[in-house]
Design a protein around this ligand. Sequence first.
Ligand SMILES: [Zn+2]
Ligand SMILES: [Zn+2]
Length: 430
Amino acid sequence: MNKSIKLSFYGGVEEVGRSCYLIEKGDKNIVLDCGIKLGEKVEHPEIPKDKIKSIKEIIISHAHLDHSGYLPHLYSDGYSPKIIATKPTRDLMGVLLSDYRRIQKEPAFSQKDVDECMKRVYMTEYGSIKSQFEYTLFQAGHIIGSSMIRIEESGGILYTGDICMRNTRVLEGCKRGVNAENLIVESTYGSKEDILPGIKEEAGRMIELINKTLKEGGSVLIPSFAVGRAQEILLLLDDYMQSGALTKVPIYVDGMINKVMRIYRHNAIYANEDIKRKILMSDYDPFNSKNFKKPKTKDRSDVLQEPCIIVSTSGMLSGGPALYYLEKLAPDPKNMLLFVGYQAEGTRGKKILDGEKEIELGENKVKMNMKIESIKISGHADYREIVQFIHGVKGLKKVFIVHGESKDLGEELEKKYEVIFPKRGEEFVI
Ligand SMILES: [Zn+2]
Ligand SMILES: [Zn+2]
C-alpha cells in the first residue's frame, strides 16, 4: 500500500530563524533543519512533545544557528536522534554551538550536550544517500558545506536551506535545474525591491571607500559574522591587496573568525576550483594569507599603531572584540565603520546605521564621529534569482515558501504553480 507523505512546519515560516520541518511516512520520519531564532530572546521551533519523542533523524542543511541551534537543546532534554550533515557543516556546528552556549547568560544546555550532539553526527557527501528515506544532497553555495536536500518521495521534495546563486570568492553558486515536484524554498530576499547589486560593483565601491579612509590616515573596522561573510570579505580584501588595487596595510582578523578560517582551510575541497587550484599548485593559502594578522598582545594594544583594516566579530556589534575596536575608533572622524551584513532591529549595529550619535558600550558612552558606510554583499539569492531558481526546477508543481516574510513571490509564481505560505504548526499531505 502506498503510504502518504506528511509535511509539517514548526518554525522558519513567515520569519527568518528557527527553521524546522518534519517529513513523515508511516513510521519513518526525518527532520529538515533544527534551528533557533536569535533576537532579544531566543525562540525555539514549536515541535509538539509527542513528535519530539518519535524523531529518528535530523538532517542539517548548514551550520548557521538558525538551522542547527536547537540540536543541543534536544540532547539536554534527553533526546538523541541521529544527525546527518556534511563534514564542513559538522566542523562549523562544533564551533557555533559551543559559542552559542557561551553567550547565553544562563545556558540551557552544557558543553557535554554539544559534545554528545557532535558524536551523533553521521557525515555524508553531496550525492545520493540511503537511510530511512532515500535522499540526495546538492551544493547550495551559501557557506562551505551548505546543502540543498531532496527526499526521493512524492515525485521529489526539494528543500533549499539557504541558497546563493552567484559564484563568490569561496564557493560556486547552487546547483540548478534539479528535478522535484515539491519545493520548500528560502525567501530571505523575497520582496520585489530586494535586488542586490553585482558583487564586482559592490566590491569596487568597498575598495574605494577603504582606500580613501586609509589615505586620510584613518582605520577601517568591518564587523562581520564569523561564518560565511567573513571569509568572503577577507578573501576579497586579500585579492585586491595582491593586485595592488587596495592600499597595503595590515588586515587584522580577530574573534571566532580565526577558528572558522582554519575550518574553511581544512575543508577546502568543498571550495570552488580557483581556491582548490591555488592551494594545490602554489604555496599560497588564501585562508592564511600573509596579509592577515592576529593581535599579538592580549589587550590588543599592538593593533591600532598605524592605519589598518580590522575584520572582527560580532556582525551586529552585540559583542565580541569588534566592540573594543569600536570604542577606540569611534571618536575620530578619520576612521570608518563598514557594515557588510544585515543589521537586525534592536541591535547596536542597527542603531548606529540609523544615525545614533552616541552609543553605550558597557559603562561608557562613546561619541560616534567615525564615518559609517554599508555595502551589500550577500550569501543569499535576491528576488530575481529566487524566481529564476524556482522556474529552473524541473517538473515542479507545489512551492512552499519559507525563511522570509514577503508575499511578493506568491503573485509571481501563482500562474504556474500551487504556492503555499505555511503557518507555524501547519501540516500538509503531499
Ligand atoms: Zn544561513
Ligand atoms: Zn538561514
